[in-house]
Design a binder for this molecule. Structure first.
Ligand SMILES: Cc1cc2nc3c(=O)[nH]c(=O)nc-3n(C[C@H](O)[C@H](O)[C@H](O)COP(=O)(O)O)c2cc1C
Length: 165
């Protein structure tokens, strides 16, 4: 099955997540990935499995990723979809962000979802942003590769049809 991973990333971690997912999906899959912030997606209709990954900044994902989900909404609802977020927030906040970023129909369509944690280096930012990060997050490295591998395995699973009654 052809898989497309469309993600948004500013500092690189979400791209790293796409690579982990690709590796876990295995050699029998054709996996293409694209950072929507800097690249146009390939022909989306050619893919049967579409995984969408958003990195969160100030509670949102990039406008381009939002736009992608709006433009391809009808098609996405006919595909096997997986959703993941990278963020540093605690589980309750991440869950709220997830519900805000991904529309209900897409969430319901999703075969699996994942919170992949995040990573940031406050020192790399201007004092104002550094202050925001230091105030907001107790940890700057919550990367969860295991969650991504589990997610990829769930995406690969064949849905079992319930026995006829
Ligand atoms: C300026 C800035 C704002 C952020 N805002 C949020 C936020 O609102 N919620 C959150 O959970 N994580 C937030 N993060 C953490 C990022 O989601 C995390 O660093 C993630 O790994 C970034 O992904 P990327 O490396 O692919 O850009 C923020 C990070 C930065 C640098």
């Amino acid at each position: 099955m052809n898989t497309l991973i469309v993600y948004s990333s500013r500092c690189g971690y979400t791209g790293e997540c796409a690579e982990i997912i690709r590796d876990e999906l295995g050699d029998d899959q054709f996996v293409m990935f694209t950072n929507i912030d800097s690249q146009d997606p390939p022909t989306v209709a050619d893919y049967h499995r579409i995984i969408i990954g958003g990195s969160v900044r100030y509670g949102r994902v990039s406008r381009k990723l939002k736009r992608f989900m709006e433009d391809y909404r009808a098609l996405l609802l006919q595909r096997e979809v997986g959703l993941f977020l990278t963020c540093l927030g605690p589980p309750e906040t991440s869950q709220k962000t997830f519900s805000r970023v991904f529309t209900r129909d897409l969430r319901e369509q999703a075969k699996a979802h994942c919170f992949a944690g995040g990573v940031a280096d406050p020192k790399a930012f201007r004092p104002l942003i550094r202050g925001y990060l230091e105030k907001r997050f107790p940890s700057f490295d919550t990367r969860d590769h295991q969650a991504l591998r589990t997610f990829a395995r769930q995406m690969k699973q064949v849905r079992k049809t319930p026995p006829a009654s």
